[in-house]
Design a protein around this ligand. Structure first.
Ligand code: TNX
Length: 523
């Protein structure tokens, strides 16, 4: 009998006797609200199985039946589902279409790993074990972050990354689109952002401390249409793309394109800067004046056009104010507002938050915005992404904000996975698979309802290619997916590893270049 090895672990799994076989005559019946899930199931299984899964109005004979049924699915929320496999029928039921998308991923995991390939697999019996699964996610925000600013990644990889997130029932792709080292989103009204800001003449080649450069030009950007296609593709998989435009710090690439945004100092107008070739925190930040705010509004307007996400991330992290202290216009602005120069950080973030709120969106900011936010409270719906530690999360929750837990020591997958020889260059610290799996996102003094969720971060300073990104992401993202989806009560590292091994053979079929469990692969 085939074993049942699901990842992330569902709420409950009851094994029944027998199997269900998907054959060329198996039909797929999709009731109202189930069409998208049916299309996804066909699309996922077609390449390896070649099965047509022909649409059927009413299920007859050997059939897979997908339905949205609020009564049957009571208590399952918008993402939960029930999957009942008997020898004649596969019944997938959810209270909402998104729940069916999650159930489709489970159904796929019940098949032999060969089903995950992108080429026809011959001589495989496409059997599912009979089982009853009931499954409801723990957190609403289960994210994967990807920094495409430090290195541009091919557009096709963004689509693939969405597939990988969805396969793990993660539901947010947080795209870090701008930083000192590159501006990656086309903004029609501000063409120089990508004509100039998307390209750098060289990149840092060694570790942060070494300051070595490669002299190889690098760049790239995504058109609005490409990003729109990505949003639609992700939506069909139940994944929301949350854009991040990092403001007012981490903006050297924008200032390279439009130098006036950088403000000047007492000695005159700003000198020109290049798109930065090096990593680390930069002191070139947007001048806290009307011109910069107007710039942010222009950018965000186009961002809202392309990304329907209820959440928009404005960064807000690492804003060194030294240059504001030296800038007569910044000092004047602080005086006018009755703020300290450092208080301008909070004022800036508050202005953007109010602007987004007026347009019906919810601001997301790194927890640095809280320190900054003292000058002006954030809107109630603003959400804080807490990377610095639990203090930020506690302060955010105390101020009534929902929090997304992204602590650097547990969820930064740009950190190494082990200490030994042969590990690729990384940010330096080590975050093992076990440490990720053991992470508990709800701090002891917070309630589950105050925590929107958690997410894995892929900052790419040391991850210049999709291969390197996948190696850093996996298998740690598998562990995080389980932390985000499954109930903490059943958490057991040994049991997880028992399910991870067969899961890795699924990832093998998808060609994922993960770090093997027993040590680094040769690079
Ligand atoms: C801190 S987390 C940063 C990023 C870096 C990352 C490297 C955050 C809001 N800022 O700019 O890429 O560390 O680990």
């Amino acid at each position: 009998m085939p074993e049942i090895r699901l990842l992330p672990r569902p709420t409950s799994v009851h094994r029944r006797t027998g199997t269900f076989a998907l054959t060329p005559t198996t039909s797929l019946a999709a009731g109202p609200g189930a069409r998208e899930a049916a299309a996804l199931l066909r699309e996922l299984l077609r390449p390896a199985t070649g099965l047509p899964l022909a649409p059927a109005g009413v299920a007859h004979g050997n059939a897979v039946v997908l339905s949205v049924d609020a009564v049957e699915a009571a208590g399952l929320g918008s993402e939960g589902y029930r999957l009942d496999v008997s020898p004649e029928r596969v019944l997938l039921t959810a209270g909402a279409p998104t729940g069916l998308l999650r159930g489709v991923q489970t159904l796929r995991q019940l098949l032999p790993a060969e089903a995950w390939g992108d080429r026809p697999a011959r001589g495989v019996r496409w059997e599912l074990p009979c089982v009853s699964v009931r499954d409801v996610p723990r957190f609403r925000w289960r994210g994967g972050h990807l920094d495409v600013a430090r290195w541009w990644m091919p557009t096709s990889f963004l689509f693939r990354y969405v597939d990988l997130l969805a396969a793990h029932k993660l539901n947010v792709l947080h795209l870090h689109l701008t930083d000192d080292q590159g501006w990656r989103m086309e903004i029609e009204r501000l063409p120089r952002l990508t004509e100039v800001g998307a390209w750098r003449s060289r990149s840092m080649a060694g570790a942060l401390a070494e300051e070595r450069y490669d002299e190889v030009p690098h760049g790239g950007f995504y058109t609005r249409r490409e990003l729109g296609d990505l949003v639609a593709y992700a939506a069909r998989r139940g994944v929301t793309v949350v854009p991040e435009i990092d403001l007012p710090g981490h903006t050297q690439a924008a200032i390279a394109a439009y130098p006036e945004l950088g403000g000047g100092d007492a000695s005159g107008p700003p000198e020109r800067v290049e798109v930065s070739p090096r990593w680390g925190v930069h002191d070139r930040i947007l001048d806290p004046g009307e011109a910069s705010l107007g710039f942010c509004h222009d950018v965000l307007e186009e961002v809202l056009d392309v990304f329907p996400s209820p959440f928009v991330h404005i960064g807000g992290d690492e804003v060194p104010t030294a240059r504001w202290h030296a800038s007569p216009s910044a000092r004047r602005r602080a005086r006018e507002l009755g703020l300290s120069v450092d208080g301008l950080h909070g004022w800036f973030v508050g202005e953007l938050d109010a602007w987004l709120r007026a347009r019906g969106r919810r601001t997301v900011g790194w927890d640095d915005v809280l320190v900054a936010g003292r000058a002006r409270p954030l809107s109630a719906g603003a959400t804080v992404m807490s990377w610095l530690g639990e203090e930020g999360a506690l302060a955010a929750a105390a101020a009534g904000h929902e929090v997304i837990m992204t602590p650097y020591d547990r969820t930064y997958f740009d950190y190494g996975q082990a200490d030994g020889p042969g590990e690729p260059l990384s940010m330096g610290h080590v975050t093992t698979l076990e440490k990720v799996y053991g992470y508990e996102p709800v701090p002891p003094t917070l309630t589950e309802a105050q925590v929107l969720g958690t997410q894995g971060q892929l900052w790419t300073e040391y991850l210049p290619t999709p291969e390197r990104v996948e190696y850093a992401a996996f298998p740690r993202l598998c562990a995080l997916a389980e932390v985000a989806w499954s109930s903490p009560a059943g958490r057991d590292h040994g049991d997880f590893l028992g399910r991870l091994r067969p899961h890795l053979s699924r990832l093998d079929r998808m060609g994922v270049r993960y770090r093997p469990l027993d040590g680094p692969s040769p690079t």
